[in-house]
Design a binder for this molecule. Structure first.
Ligand code: ADP
Ligand code: MG
Length: 671
């Protein structure tokens, strides 16, 4: 049934609901509250204190008085009492209140208590006659996400009506035996109590059941996608002998690197389509893993493409790999937007003729006019910077019947439980180890008094020929927040602190070209101190940069701080990371202490998840996972594993129809 036929709604108001994506009664029931207002606490007046939101049951002690303060501001006042005390009520612009409250009658009032303990007050409380109370007071009320002109009252009434129309036995997408075994309540009870909880306990039961359902459907959908892919055929590329390639490197691969290469080569030779994520901390040496896979693919008769999110990164990969590959008789070409038209044309020709074995580039690789010869492997670096769609497009560029194998690399360590969800549709290899001889970046949380010393330190390093990053959390237009703003900050450094040094600025609002130019100048050493927002996060290598200064470090997630810190310590020189702490909060200080002692990105990620929840991680992947309606991955980890186990068991046989339908709908949204 359509929302517009509900009482009090109609065609016009139905449009407001439509703005929230709500069209049918089903939609309404699945539109869970974003929070609740607990109005169950009914207290004696003597036992309330200013600042609390409570209900009191009290008798009106005087007729409501009325003053006009000025045009448009009418004030109504009265006082109410119970056996224990008196409470003073004020209402603004509420003419109806004069007739709503009769002296001597009892009501239940709900509101926030203000005033002093000698004279307690409530402003604009909700009131209900005592004998009819229980709709707006004395219970837990849902709060919904709204849109302009739509009130909580109207939304509540619509949901209430929708629920009233739900049949006594509406069915349940969870099979009975599973529900009983896991102690999950019925669907009907769950919807009722997620919207209008009879008690905090009932709400918890309802929530648990619905979160489980949400996670179960997601896991089933993800595993279907993964299975579908595993059945999808891919080029069978036999693993090549890579001993000459390994011998040409100045160092030996780490065990983790070798294991990662093995995983990929095994996938690629299986005859099934590869879709593997290599997750390895900053500096763990993912580039060489990519390179080894590329060599193997080329030797199997295919082309390999390596796509990076920025031109500089693509150029750096090109510089690293071109010579190495030439030594093996493999031609490498670079294709980025920055090349001259003639060079682009030449690159495209080498790609389409098959002369190029390895193709390195940016988004330009998926632009029209690039035709591959026999693209067998695509590798995406810093995968979180690309949408899923980009990766699909590149892989489909293979042109022939089969899409290319996909290996994606990410330097963002993700806690295991989260990875199961975020990457449920991929196979995952984790590289935890680091190449030998890495020196940890010495990390110091500092406060404002240290600023002069840090400035002196910056100058000393620059005089020694080294370079410095300074990262600020935001850019100019948030100035009023009082946080360091990159633009002002750079201006100040240039004008007052380091007038003799070359200070550059890099932020997200600059044109892409300008950003690239600035970053390039920094890699060449033409900029000595680079003030930047987090746009520098992505894997650019400037071995000469040895100090990372982070302003307002408390505003970053730990994983993000770890990423930023990974920008230094990439050469032989000792490196430092200084994190300015502007907040005085104890938690903020504790978080930064974790950074000081922990060097392992995975450990930091786990700590971050516990401290801040999963939001930061999800932000990283523009993956097209739907937003969770209820599940909160930091609080509901137990349900994540439970849902995963059950999904595995359920997937073995056909699903009950209702569950099948939910899974099917979600799969459509995911792909
Ligand atoms: P990331 O995983 O962050 O992409 P890179 O691939 O950029 O890391 O590697 C970081 C640095 O480590 C590079 O300078 C690279 O040459 C070096 N490196 C990679 N593998 C090894 C190894 N096995 N032994 C020593 N150094 C290595
Ligand atoms: Mg890298």
């Amino acid at each position: 049934m359509d929302i517009q036929y509900l009482k009090g709604i109609g065609e016009k108001r139905a449009k407001l609901f439509a703005r929230l994506g709500l069209f049918t009664l089903e939609d309404l029931l699945a539109f869970y509250p974003r929070g609740y207002e607990d109005r169950t606490d009914i207290r004696d007046i003597a036992r309330v204190s200013p600042g609390e939101s409570v209900c009191v049951r009290a008798i009106v002690g005087a007729p409501v008085s009325h003053h006009r303060v000025r045009a448009g501001l009418e004030v109504y006042k009265t006082r109410v009492f119970d056996e224990t005390g008196t409470l003073y009520l004020t209402f603004f612009n509420a003419p109806y209140i004069k007739s709503a409250l009769s002296t001597g009658a009892e009501y239940v009032f709900f509101g926030k208590v203000t005033g002093e303990s000698e004279r307690l007050e409530m402003t604009n409380p909700v009131c209900e006659p005592s004998e009819k109370a229980g709709r707006s007071t004395g219970r837990i009320l849902p709060r919904y996400r709204l849109t302009a002109d739509l009130s909580q009252g109207l939304m509540r009434s619509a949901v209430e009506q929708a629920f009233a129309k739900l049949p006594e036995d509406p069915g349940d997408m969870l099979p009975d035996d599973l529900r009983k075994r896991l102690n999950l309540c019925r669907y009907r009870f769950a919807v009722q109590n997620i919207h209008f909880p009879q008690s905090a306990q009932a709400l918890a039961l309802a929530r648990r059941r619905l979160v489980f359902e949400e996670l179960l459907v997601l896991q089933l959908a993800l595993s279907r996608l993964k299975d579908g892919r595993q059945r999808q055929p891919g080029y069978a590329l036999p693993p090549a002998d890579l001993s000459d390639f390994y011998a040409s490197l100045p160092f030996r691969l780490t065990d983790d690197q070798i294991a990662a290469v093995d995983d990929c080569l095994r996938d690629m030779s299986s005859g099934k389509l590869t879709h593997r994520l290599i997750q390895g901390d900053v500096g763990s040496g993912k580039t060489l893993v990519a390179a080894a896979c590329a060599v193997s693919a080329v030797r199997g008769g295919a082309q390999a493409a390596l796509m990076a999110p920025t031109e500089i990164l693509a150029e750096q990969h090109f510089e690293t790999l071109e010579r190495l590959f030439a030594g093996l008789g493999i031609e490498t070409v670079l294709l980025t937007g920055r090349l001259t038209a003639a060079r682009k044309r030449a690159a495209r020709e080498k790609i389409s003729s098959g002369q190029a074995g390895l193709i390195i580039g940016t988004h330009a690789l998926i632009s029209q006019g690039v035709e591959f010869h026999r693209l067998g492997l695509t590798i995406t670096d810093e995968q979180h910077r690309f949408g899923v769609r980009h990766q699909n497009v590149l892989s489909a560029k293979a042109g022939d019947a089969l899409p290319a194998h996909r290996v994606v690399m990410s330097a963002t360590p993700i806690p295991r439980t989260l990875a199961l969800i975020m990457y449920g549709d991929m196979d995952v290899t984790v590289m935890r180890g680091m190449p030998p001889g890495r020196r940890p970046v010495r990390t110091f949380p500092v406060t404002e008094e240290m600023r002069p010393r840090i400035h002196a330190f910056i100058r000393k390093l620059v005089n020694q020929g080294q370079q410095v990053y300074v990262v600020c959390p935001i850019i100019e237009d948030e100035r009023e927040l009082g946080f360091a703003a990159a633009e002002d900050y750079a201006e100040n450094l240039r004008a007052k602190v380091f007038p003799d040094l070359s200070v550059g600025l890099l932020h997200g609002r600059m044109a892409a070209r300008k950003k690239e130019d600035t970053m390039r100048a920094f890699t060449r050493g033409e900029i000595q101190v680079l003030v930047a927002t987090t746009v520098i996060e992505v894997g650019v290598n400037v071995p000469n940069a040895t100090l990372m200064v982070i302003e307002n470090a408390e505003r970053f997630g730990l994983s993000q701080l770890h990423q930023l810190r990974g920008r230094v310590g990439r050469g032989h020189l000792e490196s430092h990371c200084v994190m300015f702490l502007q907040s005085k909060s104890e938690t903020a200080r504790k978080r930064l202490e974790i950074m000081k002692s922990a060097a392992d990105g995975f450990a930091i990620a786990e700590a971050d998840l516990a401290l801040r929840g999963p939001g930061d991680f999800f932000g990283e992947r523009q993956h097209g996972l739907p937003e969770f309606k209820l599940a909160d991955l930091s609080a509901d980890m137990e349900l994540v594993s439970l849902a995963r186990e059950e999904a595995r068991a359920l997937a073995r046989s056909p699903l009950p129809a209702a569950l099948e339908k939910a899974v099917g709908t979600l799969m459509k949204n995911l792909s």
